[in-house]
Write a protein that binds this ligand. Structure first.
Ligand code: FAD
Length: 307
C-alpha cells in the first residue's frame, strides 16, 4: 500500500482525470474479480501520462496500463503499484484521405466499438471484424485482438508508444512485432495511439457485416454473464473451446466460476466468483488438457497482482 501523503498529493496534482487509492479492481474488470490496487489513475492528456509515468518511475512504483479491463484478471490480493487507466485518452482524428484509403488515428482509450460506429457512419470498411470486441485501442493493439480470421495487425499502419524515458515515438507497422494475441513491447512501454488504414465502401454492406457478426456472437458466446472473452489461446491443432468441450469440462465449476455451457473457452462469473476460483479452474483445465491430449494450453487473458 502507498500511504505516503506526499506521493498521493503529487499524483492527484498531475492527473486531471480520476485518481483513487486502494481501489477494488473487481469494480473495473469485466470478470468482476480482483483485489485492491494501490493506485488507479487516469491521465487526462498524453502530457499528464508522461508526467505520471516519469513520477512513478522516480518513486520506484511499478505501473501497468489498462484500457477497458476486458482481458484482465487481477488476483484477490490486489496489485502493488499503479494501474494507469487510459480511458480518458479517447480522441479520434481523420489523418489522411488518399483516394479510397482513409487513415484514422485513435487514442489508446478509444473503445473499438466507437471506431466501428464511426466506420459505419463514414462508410469505411476494414474494422468490421472488431464488432463485439469490448476492448480499447491500446488493449486491442497490445493483445493484437482479432476474430473471424483477421487481427488488428492487418489494419494498423503505425502505433505511438511512450517509452520508459517518457519519450513518445511513432513506430511504423513493419517495425512492430505482432504475433497471435500479442504485440511484443519493450517493458514499461505504453500505447498512446494507433493509426488504422480503412477503405471507403458501401455503408449498407459494412453495417450488415457488423450486425451479422454481433448476431453470431450473441448465439455463440455467453454474453449474459461477466467474462473476459476467450480464456486460452487456440493451439494449432484445434480451437481450445472444442478440446475443453470434448473433454466434458463444460459446466465444470469452482465456486461461482464456471466453464460456460455455451462456449468451452469462456469462463463465466455466476455472481460471487473470486479471482482465486477462476485461477483454480484455469489450472484444472490446463492439467486435464495436458494429461488427456498432451497439449499445453496457454492463457490468452492477462493475470496480474498478488494472491
Ligand atoms: C465478451 C468478450 C468478447 C471478447 N471477444 C474477443 C475477440 O473476439 N477477440 C479478441 O481478440 N479478444 C476478445 N475479447 C478480449 C478483449 O476484449 C480484447 O483482448 C481487448 O483487446 C482487450 O482490450 P482492453 O482495453 O479491455 O484491454 P485490458 O484488458 O485493459 O488490457 C489487456 C492487456 O493489454 C495491456 N494494455 C492495455 N492498454 C494498453 C496500452 N495502452 N498500452 C500497452 N498495453 C496496454 C494491459 O496491460 C493488459 O496486459 C473479448 C472479451 C470479452 C469480455
Amino acid at each position: 500500500m502507498i500511504k505516503d501523503q506526499g506521493i498521493r498529493d503529487k499524483i492527484r496534482k498531475i492527473a486531471s482525470g480520476q485518481v483513487i487509492f486502494d481501489e477494488p479492481m473487481y469494480l473495473h474488470t469485466s470478470m468482476g474479480v480482483g483485489g485492491k490496487t494501490d493506485i488507479l489513475v487516469s491521465p487526462g492528456t498524453v502530457e499528464e501520462l508522461k508526467s505520471i509515468t516519469a513520477y512513478l518511475a522516480e518513486c520506484n512504483i511499478p505501473f501497468l496500463p489498462v484500457g477497458n479491463c476486458t482481458n484482465l484478471i487481477v488476483r484477490d490480493g490486489g496489485y502493488r503499484g499503479a494501474i494507469i487507466s487510459l480511458k480518458s485518452l479517447e480522441k479520434i482524428e481523420l489523418e489522411e484521405v488518399q483516394g479510397e484509403n482513409v487513415y484514422i488515428c485513435a487514442e489508446a482509450g478509444t473503445f473499438l466499438s466507437r471506431l466501428i460506429d464511426l466506420s459505419i457512419r463514414e462508410s469505411l470498411s476494414g474494422m468490421e471484424f472488431c464488432a463485439g470486441i469490448p476492448g480499447s485501442v491500446g488493449g486491442g493493439i497490445k493483445m493484437n485482438a482479432g476474430a473471424y480470421g483477421r487481427e488488428l495487425k492487418d489494419i494498423v499502419k503505425k502505433v505511438s508508444l511512450i517509452n520508459s524515458d517518457g519519450i513518445v515515438k511513432e513506430i511504423p507497422r513493419d517495425d512492430l512485432q505482432f504475433e497471435y494475441r500479442n504485440l511484443d513491447l519493450p517493458e514499461r512501454s505504453i500505447v498512446v495511439s494507433a493509426t488504422f488504414g480503412l477503405r471507403k465502401g458501401s455503408k449498407e454492406k459494412i453495417q450488415e457485416e457488423v450486425l451479422e457478426i454481433l448476431r453470431t456472437r450473441r448465439k455463440k458466446h455467453p454474453l449474459n454473464y461477466r467474462t473476459a472473452g476467450s480464456v486460452f489461446k487456440n493451439p494449432r491443432s484445434m480451437p481450445a473451446g472444442k478440446i475443453i468441450e470434448e473433454l466434458g469440462l463444460k459446466g465444470f465449476h469452482v465456486g461461482d466460476a464456471e466453464i460456460s455451457k455455451i462456449h468451452g473457452n469462456f469462463i463465466i462469473n455466476l455472481g460471487k466468483a473470486k479471482a482465486g476460483d477462476i485461477l483454480t479452474l484455469i489450472d484444472t483445465v490446463q492439467k486435464t488438457v495436458l494429461k488427456e491430449r498432451r497439449i499445453p494450453l496457454e492463457p490468452e487473458i492477462k493475470i496480474i497482482g498478488e494472491d
